[in-house]
Design a binder for this molecule. Structure first.
Ligand code: PSU
Ligand code: MN
Length: 310
């Protein structure tokens, strides 16, 4: 069966090269903007965004970084727009619950995994590359802090390539919730769910693929069956770039303690923790973060190319 060519939703601004690729059934890779505005410090965030786009091009696909510009959900940012999202510290972090308000008020917004998935689907893009997923926060049994990324994975047909979930979150409970939400969690070349900075978590993945073609066939089967969910493709950080679990866990414990002491809540928690990890590890965690995003871009692009060829 060939991929259905979809017309992007009329409220989206889709960059010409993305529109042409979608119309021709050529591979497109969606990328998020919260990772730029709230996930990494400037200027490494902008360099990362540009480099990832280039990796996608070199792999034979068209990159589509997604954000809200003046209230317009935009698919495919210019170089100047990437720079603006990296520099402007006032840009709002936009999950799906915030989308309508940001559109209605005409402001800029950086999209999370959840809202990037939703806009990608509205554009007709089926594959999205990021760094790490949101998930169940530690202590969620009392705070009820569970990322809407999981909700969105349960209801939007986009495959998301990530390096798993970092242990600022409760990885075991995140996997339990994904199971409840009927989301396939697939190890890419691994039987173990990766913990972002490290290849291991001690937790098994329920299924595994080893090639871009296998991942593409899984996507095709899921979408053709009408399962209705996304797919989490968990791609471990390359061995040469990973951090020792003990090293990163110590830093994470300190960042979590500071978060509680300072009374950080809600959507500010994840950006606060990410920022403190970089500072407390003296930049070491940023190096690993950059390496795993590049690796996800390479693997995700190969999957998008294989998917377009089916
Ligand atoms: N994890 C990262 N980098 C990130 C994020 C998570 O390693 O940039 C961002 C993503 O945009 C993700 C969001 O969708 O944080 C989750 O936020 P929350 O936990 O508030 O749902
Ligand atoms: Mn939350």
């Amino acid at each position: 069966m060939t991929a259905a060519v979809t017309t992007p939703h009329p409220m989206l601004a889709v960059a010409p090269q993305v529109r042409e690729a979608l119309a021709a059934g050529r591979p497109v890779v969606a990328l998020e903007s919260t990772i730029i505005s709230h996930g990494m410090p400037y200027p490494q965030n902008v360099a990362m965004a540009r480099e990832v786009e280039q990796i996608v091009r070199d792999g034979g696909a068209v990159p589509a970084t997604i954000a809200i510009l003046d209230g317009r959900p935009t698919v495919g940012l210019s170089d100047e727009q990437l720079e603006m999202f990296g520099q402007d510290t006032g840009i709002r972090k936009v999950s799906v619950r915030d989308l309508a308000h940001v559109v209605a008020t005409g402001v800029h917004g950086a999209t999370t995994v959840a809202s990037t998935m939703r806009i990608a689907a509205l554009a007709g893009i089926r594959l999205f590359v990021t760094g790490g997923l949101g998930g169940v926060h530690q202590g969620a049994e009392s705070s009820m802090d569970v990322s809407a990324d999981l909700t969105e994975l349960s209801r939007t047909e986009v495959a998301v390539v990530s390096a798993g979930v970092k242990s600022i979150l409760d990885i075991g409970r995140t996997l339990e919730v994904l199971e409840t939400l009927e989301v396939p969690v697939v190890g890419y070349g691994t039987d173990e769910f990766p913990s972002f900075f490290s290849r291991s978590s001690g937790l098994a993945v329920p299924m595994r693929v080893d090639t871009p073609e296998e991942a593409a066939r899984l996507m095709r089967a899921s979408f053709d069956l009408g399962v209705g969910t996304g797919i989490s493709i968990a791609n471990p950080v390359p061995a040469e770039d990973e951090m020792a679990r003990d090293d990163i866990d110590g830093v994470i414990a300190r960042a979590l303690a500071e978060c509680a002491e300072q009374g950080v809540t809600g959507k500010d928690i994840t950006p606060f923790l990410l920022g403190r990890l970089v500072e407390l590890s003296e930049g070491r965690s940023l190096e690993t973060n950059l390496a795993l995003v590049r690796n996800n871009a390479r693997v995700g692009t190969a999957i998008a190319v294989a998917f377009a060829a089916l």
